[in-house]
Structure formats: structure tokens, C-alpha cells
Design a protein around this ligand. Structure first.
Ligand SMILES: C[S@@+](CC[C@H](N)C(=O)[O-])C[C@H]1O[C@@H](n2cnc3c(N)ncnc32)[C@H](O)[C@@H]1O
Length: 210
């Protein structure tokens, strides 16, 4: 479902009911904890004492993993969808080092250079103007900051079958090489990457120091 339009151009795309069901359940939490997080840890290592930002934090499992497994001191979990933020707040009630915020990753309510680690568990491919999201993430990251990303690529989200089931922006999507190149253009270097066919991948990158 589109939340807003700009001369017929998508600016924001909300999860449809199928994907909402796919990410809001204990199986998704298990997969994130036991399948995705270990892959990201193997690529980028821990981020002890970091101020970490997770975009599209969903039901909040990622924030907990970043705090407990990656060792971040504080986690800001930001999601566009208020219902997701409320669910995460309920699930994470009492965890004082995790702040759940409603917001758009193309307009982050954070200061320049204020974040040590960025986490993207399958979110940037949801953003129509994904390059603006990268600009914002780059802006808030301090020099030397790490990016941990699991992304879903053009070949999967634009596949005729998946297009019928899930709602994703279809214009100007990217593959893993293009995603890495976009970060490199902003001064980041690849640490390690891993791919599952053409449609899915994990990567860790680091922002250059002046
Ligand atoms: C596929 S879900 C992933 C949720 C969670 N990261 C996970 O792995 O289970 C994508 C999430 O990104 C959020 N999202 C989409 N566009 C966003 C934007 N522009 N800014 C912040 N969050 C966004 C959605 O509301 C949704 O919660």
C-alpha cells in the first residue's frame, strides 16, 4: 500500500499484509538471530560499546541482537511504520539501552557523525529513493563506522512471482554489486560479503577516515 505519492512517483511503500505476517512472528525472530546475525558477525565482527542505528527495525529482534550479540552500548531502532514501532516497544519494554523511534531513513533525526554502527536487516530495498537513504546513513555515520547489511535484490523483488505476493518498489532497484558501488561512491570500503544466488546477500563495510 502506498502511503504517499509525488506526481505518481512512489516516495514511501508500506509492507503489504503478507510481508507484515512474514516479519512479525517468532520464526522471523529465530531466523534473524540464528541465520542472519551470525553471517553479519562473521563478515563485520562485533561493535563493542557502539552507538548503533538499525533502520527498519520491525518487531525489534534486530535491536536486541545488536545489543546482546554485537555488544553495542546503545541501539536506536527506527521504523517508518508506527505499528511496527509500537510492537517493538512492547517486545523490548524495560530494555533501557534500546530506543525505538518512528522515522524515515531518508531523513534521520540524528546528528552528523553520531553513529558507530549501521544495521540494515532487509530494509533499503523497500525505499523508493534508496540513494537518499544511503546519503543519510553516510551523514550520521562517524569516520570508521561499520555497516552491517542483509539485502534483497532486483532479481528477487522484481521477479514476476514475488511481485504478485509482496509489495516492493519496482523502479531503480539494485543488485549486490550496485549496492556496494553506491557505498564506495560515498567513501566506504568493503570488508567482506556473502551471496545467496543473485537475490540475497550480506555485507560489511567501513566508512573511510579523513
Ligand atoms: C522487510 S521489513 C524488515 C523488518 C526487520 N528489519 C526484520 O528483519 O524483520 C522492512 C521494514 O522496513 C521498514 N521501512 C520501510 N521503509 C522505511 C523507511 N523509509 N524508513 C524506515 N523504515 C522503513 C518497514 O516498515 C519494515 O518494518
Amino acid at each position: 500500500m502506498k502511503l504517499s505519492t509525488d506526481d505518481q512517483k512512489e516516495t514511501v511503500v508500506k509492507l503489504n499484509i503478507v510481508e507484515r505476517a512474514l516479519v512479525n512472528n517468532p520464526v522471523r525472530a529465530w531466523a534473524q538471530r540464528h541465520f542472519e546475525a551470525p553471517r553479519l558477525m562473521a563478515l563485520g565482527g562485533p561493535c563493542p560499546d557502539a552507538v548503533a542505528l538499525e533502520i527498519g527495525g520491525g518487531q525489534g529482534e534486530g535491536a536486541q541482537i545488536i545489543r546482546e550479540r554485537f555488544g553495542a552500548a546503545r541501539v536506536i531502532s527506527l521504523d517508518l511504520d508506527l505499528a511496527m514501532v509500537q510492537r517493538a516497544r512492547r517486545r523490548l519494554a524495560g530494555l533501557e539501552d534500546i530506543l525505538c523511534l518512528q522515522g524515515d531513513c531518508t531523513a534521520l533525526p540524528l546528528a552528523d557523525g553520531s553513529v558507530d554502527a549501521l544495521f540494515d536487516f532487509g530494509v533499503v530495498h523497500h525505499v523508493p529513493n534508496w540513494r537518499s537513504a544511503l546519503d543519510e546513513l553516510d551523514r550520521v555515520a562517524r569516520p570508521g563506522a561499520r555497516l552491517y547489511a542483509m539485502e534483497v535484490y532486483r532479481s528477487l523483488i522484481c521477479h514476476p512471482v514475488w511481485k504478485r505476493v509482496l509489495t516492493h518498489p519496482q523502479q531503480d532497484r539494485f543488485d549486490q554489486d550496485e549496492f556496494i558501488d553506491a557505498w564506495r561512491q560515498r567513501g566506504w570500503q568493503l570488508l567482506k560479503e556473502r551471496r545467496l544466488g543473485q537475490g540475497l546477500g550480506w555485507l560489511a563495510m567501513q566508512k573511510g577516515r579523513p
